[in-house]
Design a protein around this ligand. Structure first.
Ligand code: GPK
Length: 829
């Protein structure tokens, strides 16, 4: 924009921004320039990290021209922008994805080769930005990829954590957490725009004042920090579109006090800086359990306030008529973490822009929509009124007024039903007075969606029942999806090539085309090639694991994977009971070895550092793995692998190699799952409960190609109602008894019976997630798996059908559903 005042005369300055030439020569030139003038090294003196950074900057240079162009049109276009507000983006590595999107893979490979560099070695040094915990954060990353690919104007807003999800290591089988210093070696993919920083305020008090005869309220904050935006480019696949991921970093406003510093008090002089910068210091590693900590609320308000201000000040044209805001933006709330944005937008509209309350509320309600990602009651975020009022006094007032008006509406609608009023109030009273963020989001949002059909139904029937009665049309479902670019095209190049050979390349952006593979499931030649790809992917995984110092999956083994956060409701324990039972069965002679398929069980999971039971389960998995691996009686038959620090990068090696996908949560607990989709899409068969998106996967792939077990959600409810006694199940099933007894005996803890005692007694006397109730059914299903795997031809046929019928689970489809049902936005080509 400034150029209008610059009046340049040089022809280059008058020309549009152009990317380097899309040729090997053009790429090599830019690469060497970045290496020499950016990294400050000659090619011969450069190390692999220099080469990586120069390569990344080069790819960025290609994307930048498109990005600048898209930014210029964003101001003038009339289209609606999707502002995705998310505290987490679990992006994974960027290099390959961006090369692919920009059609630069071959050019870059050749250009580097001509510089004497093997691009694979360079690839390997990229540290993935782990700015998320698990499914919720990875979903956000898939969504922004799809939106860019579909040419939907989108800004992903979030936090640029200095430390992402911790690095996991094991010491004597127990998890230890190490800081994730992902920025240490440089961060080529993002670039700061300090001139666009926002000042974000906290604490203080509110006061009323006379504004020319109108009484208004203003917030007099006590302290503030700067929010500095860092942009990352989000390229669409082969469409030249580049959207923005804008992550905020906290910086002290009065960076440090030079006076104090000169007087010798160095510690005091940097105190303010440290305090401010703590806000974006580290990702909370909690998953499905909210952290009621003040710093967490600071983080939430920090990024949401900065994002809303940024959109209004910098993205919209100057003097934009805010009555029209809903035509130009939808703020999608990724779970409750950004819900403080609701009172923030009200504050901006009423206190700063001086709109009438009712007009502001009408706008706000149209500008937000809310996605819920859980059903666990303990995961529904609440903030104590005390804390929220101290940190954000004006926002608390606004929340109270929203609640007052909402409860009036409830009374009008349902009469003076005090119990109902108490149940629906945004303010809860027990065990302390608190703001229920999910309720605030539901009241404010134009739409509320769950993330799979069953989940959305349970939201309507249980968690948000009264709200669904009041506003049935507000509730909708959008089943999650995953990006086929990262999780099939990039992660599984051999299968991708096979599919492209069979169906053409269009499937990458139109995943339903995979249906074309159905016919090939009956083609023996195709089955053979498909099986060869799977075998090759297993070998590739083996090499990846060995390079990390881990063991490779056993030769000819079925690869049975359970990769997801460690959580009791996901029931890694049930998986362990299956392993222990099989091991015990072989060792005791109860099982005929020939009936047992050789299997490698592979786990990948991090536990929240404060989640004691989850950490004990990790310890148990490692302990069982150690004993099983060392026991000659099951050599070549059973193997347990638990590579540390499961992340997106490792997932990309595991998923293509998997035969069996473990999706074994207690019915009614897993909102959706997305790993289940990635694995099915890569030809793993699912063993799973009727939970989350498993229900939809099974419907699509067919019962013959899915191993269903366990109670249904209504059966779970019924068993709870009748009184669940896990010990009864222990008594009833001998296989279960032997497995639990073996753990309790100290067989996996060098004879020490105390180590896993808390785990065993939790299972026998509490078992909140009913692992024991589903055990028999699970074991029976595993026996069906063994039998099915013995017929390799039939298994491969099923695997192909899983791929062919998983097209629905593309995040492109999910984005279409959001656009149609919630955002009412359209692509801008
Ligand atoms: C749900 F509540 C939460 C949370 O805090 N973190 C998280 O990753 C997951 N989720 C669900 O557990 C999954 O079932 C779901 O597929 C995923 O969110 C994305 O919707």
């Amino acid at each position: 924009e400034n150029t209008s005042e610059l009046r340049p005369t040089h022809p280059l300055a008058l020309a549009p921004v152009v990317a380097p030439a899309a040729s090997v020569d053009g790429f090599a030139k830019q690469f060497l320039q970045n290496l020499n003038f950016g990294q400050g090294v000659t090619l011969s003196a450069s190390d692999v990290n220099d080469q990586y950074l120069a390569l990344a900057y080069t790819v960025r240079d290609y994307l930048m021209a498109r990005w600048l162009d898209d930014r210029a049109t964003q101001k003038t276009q009339q289209a609606k922008t999707v502002c995705y507000l998310s505290a987490e983006y679990l992006l994974g590595r960027q290099l390959d994805n961006n090369l692919l999107a920009a059609r630069l893979t071959d050019i870059a490979t050749e250009a580097l080769a001509q510089c004497g560099i093997d691009i694979d070695a360079v690839r390997a040094v990229e540290i993935e930005p782990g700015l998320g915990n698990g499914g919720l954060g990875r979903l956000a990353a898939c969504f922004i990829d799809s939106l860019a690919t579909m040419s939907v104007p989108t800004i992903g807003y979030g936090i640029r954590y200095e430390y992402g999800i911790f690095r996991q290591a094991f010491a004597d089988g127990e998890q230890v957490e190490q800081p994730d210093a992902w920025l240490r070696m440089g961060s080529p993919w993002d670039f700061a725009h300090p001139e666009a920083a926002q000042t974000i305020s906290f604490a203080g008090h509110t006061e009323t004042y006379d504004d020319g005869g109108v009484e208004r309220t203003r917030w007099v904050p006590e302290w503030n920090v700067l929010a500095v935006p860092y942009n990352m480019m989000v390229p669409g696949y082969h469409n030249g579109r580049v959207n923005t991921l804008r992550l905020w970093r906290a910086v002290a406003t009065n960076a440090f006090d030079l006076h104090t510093f000169n007087s010798g008090d160095y510690v005091e002089s940097v105190r303010a800086q440290t305090f401010a910068e703590n806000i974006s210091k580290v990702l909370y590693p909690e998953d499905s359990t909210p952290q009621g900590k003040e710093l967490r609320l600071q983080q939430q308000y920090f990024f949401v306030a900065a994002s809303i201000a940024d959109f209004i000040d910098n993205v919209l044209p100057d003097d934009f008529d805010l009555d029209k805001l809903p035509e130009r933006v939808i703020f999608q709330l990724n779970d409750t973490h950004p819900v403080i944005g609701v009172p923030e937008l009200m504050r901006v509209l009423v206190d700063e822009k001086k709109l009438e309350w009712d007009a502001a509320w009408a706008i706000t309600q149209k500008c937000f929509a809310y996605t819920c990602h859980t059903l666990l009651p303990e995961a529904l975020e609440v903030w104590s009124v005390d804390l929220l009022g101290r940190l954000l006094p004006r926002h608390l007032e606004i929340i109270y007024r929203i609640n007052d008006e909402f409860l009036l509406e409830v009374r009008e609608r349902f009469g003076d039903d005090e119990l109902l009023i108490r149940n629906m109030s945004i303010i809860g009273e027990h065990p302390y007075r608190s703001v229920r963020m999910a309720y605030l989001a539901t009241v404010a949002g134009s739409k509320v969606n769950g993330v799979a059909e069953l989940h959305s139904q349970l939201l309507r029937d249980n968690v948000l029942k009264d709200f669904a009665t009041m506003w049935p049309d507000k509730f909708t479902n959008v089943t999650n999806g995953v990006t086929p670019r990262r999780f099939l095209r990039l992660a599984n190049p051999e299968l991708s090539a096979l599919i492209t050979e069979a169906l053409g390349a269009g499937w990458t952006v139109d995943l339903e085309r995979l249906r074309g593979l159905e016919a090939l499931a009956d083609d023996a030649d195709f089955r053979e090639r498909f099986a060869a790809v799977k075998a090759s992917n297993k070998r590739r995984l083996g090499r990846v694991l060995e390079a990390r110092g881990d063991a490779a999956p056993g030769d000819g083994h079925m690869l049975d994977v359970m990769i997801k956060r460690l959580h009791e409701y996901k029931r890694q324990t049930l998986k362990v009971l299956h392993i222990v039972s099989t091991y015990e069965g072989i060792v005791s002679g109860r099982l005929d070895v020939d009936d047992v398929q050789a299997r490698t069980f592979l786990f990948g999971a991090k536990a929240a550092p404060g989640y004691g039971m989850a950490k004990r389960i990790i310890h148990l998995i490692n302990a069982v793995g150690e004993v099983v691996s060392a026991d000659p009686r099951v050599q070549g038959k059973l193997q347990v692998l638990y590579p540390a620090n499961y992340n997106v990068t490792l997932a990309e090696s595991i998923i293509p190699a998997a035969d069996l996908s473990e999706q074994i949560s207690l019915a009614g607990k897993e909102a959706s799952g997305t790993g289940n989709m990635k694995l099915a899409l890569n030809g793993a068969l699912t063993i799973g409960t009727d939970d989350g998106a498993n229900v939809e996967i099974r419907k699509l792939v067919g019962d013959d190609n899915f191993f269903l077990f366990g109670m249904s959600e209504p059966e779970v409810e019924a068993l709870w109602a009748e009184g669940y006694r896990p010990a009864d199940f222990y008594q009833r099933d001998e296989r279960l008894r032997s497995a639990i007894d073996l753990i309790a005996s100290g067989a996996f803890s060098a004879g020490d019976r105390t180590v896993f005692e808390p785990l065993v007694s939790n299972l026998l006397y509490e078992d909140r997630f009913m692992a024991l109730a589903d055990f028999s059914s699970y074991l029976d299903a595993q026996n069906r798996v063994d039998a099915a795997y013995a017929d390799q031809d039939a298994w491969v046929r099923s695997a192909i059908l899983n791929v062919a019928r998983s097209g629905y689970f593309s995040s492109d489809r999910a984005m279409r559903d959001y656009l149609d049902r919630i955002w009412h936005a359209t692509p801008v080509i």
